[in-house]
Structure formats: structure tokens, C-alpha cells
Design a protein around this ligand. Structure first.
Ligand code: MN
Length: 344
């Protein structure tokens, strides 16, 4: 059993005692956090709970197919309603993030200050233990969605909780967080879980079509532009990165989610171990990092870029100018190489 009976019983009691339960995803929600929020909503609705779902800011349109069945509040559009949900509730369940700050600047204080019971279900390193009353955290699972399957299984004692909507949502989370089963997918268990989801209504072909084959023409052209004009490769150091300015994004009529997955192309080059996407946004420059083998991008992101994440996938940000960020990043690449040389 991956969680103790005491932990599961405690969660069960907290859910039983609650009438209203608030679920929260992280800022810039991805397929895993949306899949987990949707699946848990359907599960709790089937237990006759009143659900409030808080999504810090807008999610990409390809996630709409699960969210259309889940009433939710987008905090960036309805901030007061969203903040109220943290006080007018009996229980708060946070999904797919390890630190309260991950809900974004607008919500973090109200979530932190809320005196309601907080539960965390997540697969990121180093969860903030002091900020939650009960934590279900495992880092050696593919996704929060896979972990949530285990938690619901333990709560029920079997898979009777699964219905089509839950299956489809959990499958979405697992599929997107593993890049369609290309990383974090070496354990047998993930395929057992997915097998059970498919038996109970998940449709991998349908999900794949929606997630990967619904690009706008502009999004595909943006990808082409990134690879042709904005990719810089440092073969000696095993690093490649792509950068995008605000005007690049405007040129291709950027929509939320359009940059999803672009960073992974850096790693598709032979000999490249560490890839990054550097994007200039409205108020800051965002960096997302990926690694193929041993280079720990979580540590890198934490050390240099106010970030966090996993060993092979992490993100950070900077309030410096794009040019300065790029310069500093290139300098760091060279330092990594120097460190390697020193070790040898
Ligand atoms: Mn995740």
C-alpha cells in the first residue's frame, strides 16, 4: 500500500465530514492538473458533495473537453469569487503542485491564510509540509492523475469509483504528463492503471486527437519558426534552447497553450542533454527546462531562476529583460561545462 491506512482513513473522514469541498489546480494549468481536478470533482459529486473548482488562470482550449462538464471559477476573471471559495468551504484539496505560491500571486495569500483543512495530492519534489494538514505525495509516479487513481482506489477499496468521465480525465493527465508515454513511464504500474482506465471508458485515440491534433495553423507555424529561427544549439555543452520575444508571440497570434511541448524538441537532437524554452511574457520572462538523463533541471531552476519542478522537467522565471536572461543563461551553460571539466 503506497499510503498508510491511517492516512487514508483520515482523508476519508475529512471528506465524509465536509459538505462543500474546494479543489484547486496550479497556475498555468496543464493536462495533469486539469485531469486530476476534473476526475476528483466527478468522484466527489458522486459522493453528493458540493464542489467548488478554482483554476488560477485560463487553461488551453484542448483541455475544454473535460472541463466543460465541471463547473469552475477562473480566478483571473473572477478573483473575489475564487478567494471566497477558500473561506466558504469545509475542505480544500490542492492538486499537482508542491508549494502554495504555485497558485499564482492573486490567490496565494488567501489560500495560505485560509484556516480550512488543506489536503495536498501531488507528485512534485519537496512538498511544503507545514502548509498542508494532510499530504499524499509520491515523486516516483508519472503524474498527479496516476496518484489520484491510487488514492481513490484506497478510499474505496476497489475500482468501483471509476466512470467514463473519471477515466477520461485521469487518462488525459497521465498521457500529457508523460509526453504520450515517452518519459516517467518505466513502471509497470502506470500500464495497469491505464489498462483499468481503458476498461472503464477512457479513449486513448480520442484524447490523442484532441490533445495533439487540434493545433491552429498559427501554432504550427510558430513551432516551425522556433525550430528554424529561434533554436540555438551548443553541441559541446550538450545544451539547446529556443527563445521567443513578445513580438514573436504576437506575430503568430499566440494563444494560451501554443508553446506547450516546444521545449521537448531541443532534446530530440542527438547529444543534447539539456533543453530550455525562454519566453518573454507580459510581466516576466519564463523559462522551462527539460533534461534527458542525469542533469537535474529542478536544482538548476531553483539555483538560478526562482523555479522548481522535477529532475527532468522544471520551470523558472526572471524579471530581467529577455536579452539579459539569454546572456545569463548562456553563461550558465558554460559554467555547467566548466564544472564537468573540473570534476573530471
Ligand atoms: Mn503533474
Amino acid at each position: 500500500m503506497i499510503f498508510s491506512e491511517t492516512e487514508i482513513t483520515e482523508l476519508k473522514n475529512k471528506i465524509q465530514k465536509s459538505n462543500t469541498i474546494t479543489l484547486v489546480s496550479h497556475f498555468n494549468p496543464d493536462g495533469d492538473s486539469i485531469g486530476a481536478v476534473s476526475a476528483l470533482s466527478h468522484y466527489l459529486i458522486s459522493q453528493n458533495k458540493t464542489i467548488k473548482v478554482i483554476i488560477p488562470n485560463e487553461y488551453p482550449s484542448f483541455l475544454e473537453f473535460v472541463m466543460k462538464n465541471v463547473p469552475h471559477i477562473i480566478a483571473s476573471k473572477q478573483s473575489e469569487e475564487a478567494k471566497l471559495a477558500f473561506t466558504e468551504t469545509d475542505l480544500i484539496i490542492c492538486l499537482d503542485f508542491n508549494s502554495i505560491t504555485r497558485v499564482g500571486d492573486m490567490l496565494k495569500d488567501s489560500l495560505l491564510e485560509s484556516e480550512k483543512i488543506k489536503v495536498l495530492i501531488d507528485h512534485h519534489l519537496y512538498p511544503e509540509k507545514d502548509n498542508f494538514d494532510l499530504i499524499f505525495s509520491k515523486i516516483n509516479v508519472s503524474s498527479t492523475s496516476e496518484l489520484l487513481y491510487e488514492v481513490m482506489f484506497l478510499l474505496e477499496g476497489d475500482n468501483s469509483f471509476i466512470n467514463k468521465r473519471i477515466s477520461q480525465s485521469l487518462y488525459l493527465g497521465i498521457c500529457t504528463d508523460t509526453g504520450s508515454f515517452s518519459f516517467s513511464c518505466n513502471e509497470r504500474r502506470i500500464y495497469e492503471v491505464v489498462g483499468d482506465l481503458v476498461d472503464n471508458g477512457a479513449e486513448p485515440e480520442f484524447v490523442h486527437q484532441i490533445v495533439y491534433n487540434t493545433y491552429s495553423e498559427q501554432r504550427l507555424r510558430l513551432l516551425g519558426f522556433c525550430l528554424c529561427e529561434r533554436l540555438r544549439v551548443f553541441p559541446k555543452h550538450g545544451v539547446a534552447f529556443i527563445y521567443l520575444s513578445k513580438s514573436d508571440l504576437r506575430r503568430f497570434n499566440y494563444q494560451i497553450g501554443d508553446c506547450e511541448g516546444i521545449v521537448n524538441y531541443c532534446l530530440s537532437i542527438e547529444g543534447i542533454e539539456f533543453g530550455a524554452l525562454i519566453t518573454e511574457r507580459a510581466d516576466r520572462v519564463r523559462l522551462s527546462f527539460r533534461s534527458k538523463h542525469n542533469f537535474d533541471v529542478n536544482v538548476f531552476s531553483k539555483t538560478y531562476w526562482n523555479g522548481a519542478g522535477h529532475k527532468k522537467a522544471a520551470g523558472g522565471h526572471s524579471f530581467e529583460k529577455l536579452d539579459t536572461v539569454i546572456e545569463r543563461f548562456i553563461k550558465q551553460i558554460e559554467d555547467i561545462e566548466l564544472k564537468k571539466e573540473n570534476e573530471n
